[in-house]
Design a binder for this molecule. Structure first.
Ligand code: 13P
Ligand code: SF4
Length: 318
C-alpha cells in the first residue's frame, strides 16, 4: 500500500480529519482535508465532526485545536514541532507585564502557548489582528504580544498610539530583511510584493513605499490565507513573496502563469518541516503524539480564542 492509501484507510478507521498549515511540505498540504492559515484552521478545528484531529503544523496550533475541541483526540505527528515566536514570551513574563499595566487589554497572537492564551483577553492571527485591535475601546491601553513586526503593522494600520508591543519575533520571518526586499523590488520593478506582517522587511516595505522607491500599490501586507486569496486573481507575470517558502506551493497552484519568487529562498521553518509523510502515517497508526492541555488553562485560553473567532475576518485559504 502507498503511504497515501494508508493514510486514507487509517483516516476512515479513526474518523479523523487532517488539518495542515500553508507552510507544510507540499505532499502534506495535498493530502490534508483542509489546508489554510492559522485562523481558518482554528475555525475548522472548532467546527469538525471528526473524532480525531491530526494537526500537521506546529505545537501551538495543535494545542489551539485541543482547546477549541476539548472532547476530540488531537494528534500532532511530531510533538517537537515548536515555534520560535511562541517561545519568545512565557506566561511568567506576560503576568509580570500585566502587573505593570493592570488596566490594559491583552491581545496575543495565536503563536503562543496555552498558558499565555489563558492570561490573554483576546487572541488574533495575522489575518484579523487589525480588526481585533479596532474592536477594543480606543481609550483602553493594549498590551500586544509576542510579535513586534505584526504589532508595528497593527499600530500603523489602526493609527493607535496606546499599544505597547512585546519585542518577540519569529526567526524565519525576521530573517527576511529589508536589504533583500529592496534589491528584489528593484530587480523586478513591476512585481507586486506579498509580505507577511511577521517579516523583518515589513517596516522596510512601508519605508520604501514612503520614499517612492516602490509604488505603494505594489505592497500587500497579507496573512498566508490572504496571499492565497489574492493569488487567485493575480495578473502579474512575477510576484515577490516574503514569507516561509512552503507558501509557494499553493500560490503557484492558484496562479500557474505567475512566477512567485521568494524574497528569501532560505526562509524555511524547520519546525513546520518536521511533519513528514512517514510521521503522519505513524501518527494515525499509533494515535500519537497526543496533545493535551490542563482543563483549567484550556477553559481560560478558550475564552480568548473564541472571542477572536466570533470577530473580524472570517479567515481564508480553506
Ligand atoms: P498565518 O498562516 O496565520 O498567516 O500564520 C503564519 C505563521 O507564521 C504561522 O506560524
Ligand atoms: Fe513559528 Fe515562525 Fe515557524 Fe511560523 S514560521 S511556526 S512563526 S517559527
Amino acid at each position: 500500500m502507498s503511504w497515501k492509501d494508508e493514510v486514507a484507510t487509517l483516516k476512515a478507521e479513526r474518523n479523523a480529519v487532517i488539518l495542515a498549515h500553508n507552510y507544510q511540505l507540499p505532499e502534506i498540504q495535498d493530502i490534508a482535508d483542509y489546508t489554510g492559515d492559522s485562523l481558518a484552521l482554528s475555525r475548522q478545528a472548532a467546527a469538525t465532526d471528526a473524532d480525531v484531529i491530526v494537526f500537521c503544523g506546529v505545537h501551538f496550533m495543535a494545542e489551539s485545536a485541543k482547546i477549541l475541541s476539548p472532547g476530540k483526540t488531537v494528534l500532532i505527528p511530531d510533538e517537537r514541532a515548536g515555534c520560535s515566536l511562541a517561545d519568545s514570551i512565557t506566561a511568567e513574563q506576560l503576568a509580570e507585564w500585566k502587573a505593570q499595566y493592570p488596566d490594559a487589554v491583552v491581545v496575543s497572537y495565536v503563536n503562543t502557548t496555552a498558558e499565555v492564551k489563558a492570561l490573554t483577553d483576546i487572541c488574533c492571527t495575522s489575518s484579523n489582528a487589525v480588526d481585533v485591535v479596532e474592536s477594543i475601546d480606543p481609550d483602553r491601553e493594549i498590551l500586544f504580544c509576542p510579535d513586534q513586526f505584526l504589532g508595528a503593522h497593527v499600530k500603523r494600520e489602526t493609527g493607535r498610539e496606546n499599544i505597547r508591543i512585546w519585542p518577540g519575533e519569529c526567526h524565519v520571518h525576521a530573517g527576511i530583511n529589508g536589504k533583500e526586499l529592496a534589491e528584489q523590488a528593484q530587480a523586478h520593478p513591476d512585481a507586486p510584493l506579498y509580505i507577511h506582517p511577521e517579516c523583518g522587511c515589513a517596516n522596510s516595505a512601508i519605508y520604501l513605499a514612503g520614499e517612492g522607491v516602490v509604488e505603494p500599490e505594489r505592497v500587500h501586507m497579507l496573512s498566508t490565507g490572504g496571499m492565497l486569496d489574492r493569488a487567485h486573481g493575480e495578473q502579474s507575470g512575477t510576484v515577490l513573496v516574503a514569507t516561509e517558502t512552503g507558501m509557494l506551493h499553493q500560490l503557484q497552484q492558484a496562479a500557474p502563469e505567475t512566477n512567485f519568487k521568494p524574497v528569501n529562498p532560505r526562509a524555511e521553518c524547520r519546525y513546520m518541516k518536521m511533519i513528514t509523510p512517514e510521521k503522519l502515517v505513524e501518527s494515525l497508526r499509533q494515535m500519537r503524539d497526543e496533545v493535551t492541555v490542563d482543563p483549567e488553562i484550556a477553559g481560560k485560553a478558550r475564552a480568548s480564542l473564541e472571542r477572536m473567532i466570533e470577530l473580524g475576518n472570517p479567515g481564508s485559504g480553506e
